[in-house]
Ligand binder design. Structure first.
Ligand code: MG
Length: 377
């Protein structure tokens, strides 16, 4: 049974190119499966989440992060009687537009594009991937996903103004996305805040003492674990506390979202879309703790001395290659050269699309072949 404000697949606005129904999978289940079978989904395995040079095979990459977001999102969707198939599709696709080298790659691509009066945004790039770059069907370009999945790709984490983005007019930019999409930004954060504490601790970049001192929601749960398992090792206490922290964040998100929906007077999806603000949210207290954990990770992990080198390397590689192909578009693969020649896209956009699709391994190879070799000759 779906809540009255959930997205009912029977009410979907449908696909760009109409298709006959499948005998045993509904349209959101099919979208989820199309995403799993996409090339861009498989490439997530070799894209940085936090650690560019993988410290250890135990750490997250963008694919395992994505699977964790899908797990958390699906649990919440089922408890709130939302459309779990739509939520799962949105979780699985949410990072598909990320370039190599995580945020260093994204920042550098955006900086390079701004030199040409353009920009790079991973949500909009994700939409281009599913609409155009995935070539699997004889009948249409892209994956031909339903409206609701495409809308969720661009609207799950921020609002785009209709004035700045006339090309997105079809996505109801003056309305909120459904709860199924609103959830994703928050489950994404639950997943990476807890996972990055885990990997940061395992990598010896974060100490238990610092985490306990600076992350209250962790400390609260750690004290409870110490009472229950006084003789367990620090590592096991850490794991138990982190698990409890994740559970506390999920529980708060479920309960607070449910309460907000009840108090809002929203009775159906139309009301929810027209409500002045997003209703999926943590409670103010837990939201402050979430923000505190995130701030700690920024200061002590993402911007730490130890990770500076790998971030600088990522920025240099992306910047070097962008410059290389802008100066010498002839060395692009033929399909990309044809796009420039046809005038469909600007040279900068074509180079940006090519780089954004790369895995960490592939871009490193390209850099060695085209830039480092040229320097050493
Ligand atoms: Mg993510």
């Amino acid at each position: 049974m779906l809540a009255a404000y959930a997205v009912d697949v029977k009410q979907s606005r449908g696909r760009r190119y109409p298709e006959p129904p499948h005998p045993y999978r509904d349209d959101f289940q099919r979208d989820r499966d199309r995403i799993i079978h996409a090339r861009a989904f498989r490439r997530l395995e070799n894209k940085t989440q936090v650690f560019t040079r993988r410290y250890s095979d135990h750490f997250r990459n963008r694919l395992t992060h994505t699977i964790e977001v899908a797990q958390i999102s699906r649990t919440i969707a089922e408890v709130l009687d939302l459309n779990a198939n739509l939520v799962e599709a949105l979780a699985l696709v949410h990072d598909m537009g990320h370039p190599p080298f995580g945020h260093s790659g994204e920042k550098t691509l955006d900086l390079e594009m701004r030199k040409y009066g353009e920009f790079f945004d991973h949500n909009l790039h994700g939409l281009r991937i599913v609409e155009t770059f995935e070539e699997r069907y004889a009948n249409h370009p892209g994956l031909n996903l339903t409206f609701e999945v495409r809308e969720g790709i661009i609207k799950h984490s921020r609002d785009y103004s209709a004035e700045d983005h006339p090309e997105l007019a079809e996505y109801l930019l003056d309305q909120r996305p459904p709860l199924e999409a609103q959830l994703i930004d928050l489950t994404d954060e639950i997943a990476y805040n807890t996972a990055d504490l885990d990997d940061g601790f395992e990598a010896h970049l974060l100490s238990l003492a610092d985490i306990r001192k600076e992350v209250e929601i962790f400390e609260r749960n750690f004290r409870a674990v110490e009472k229950k398992y006084p003789t367990a090792s620090d590592k096991l206490k850490f794991n138990e506390a982190l698990k409890a922290m994740l559970n506390a964040l999920v529980t708060d998100l479920i309960e607070n979202t449910r309460a907000r929906v009840e108090h809002s007077g929203v009775r159906n999806l139309e009301d929810l879309r027209n409500f002045p603000e997003r209703l999926a949210a943590f409670s103010p207290t837990v939201d402050a703790e979430r923000a505190q954990a995130k701030k700690f990770l920024y200061r002590c992990l993402y911007y730490s001395e130890q990770l500076k080198g790998q971030k600088a390397d990522g920025e240099k590689i992306v910047g070097d290659l962008f410059g290389h192909w802008m100066n010498d578009p002839e060395s692009l693969p033929p399909a990309y050269r044809r796009q420039i020649e046809s005038g469909q896209e600007t040279p900068a956009r074509v180079v940006c699309d090519y780089i954004a699709g790369m895995t960490d391994n592939f871009i490193l190879e390209q850099h060695q072949r085209l830039v480092q070799k040229a320097v050493s000759q």
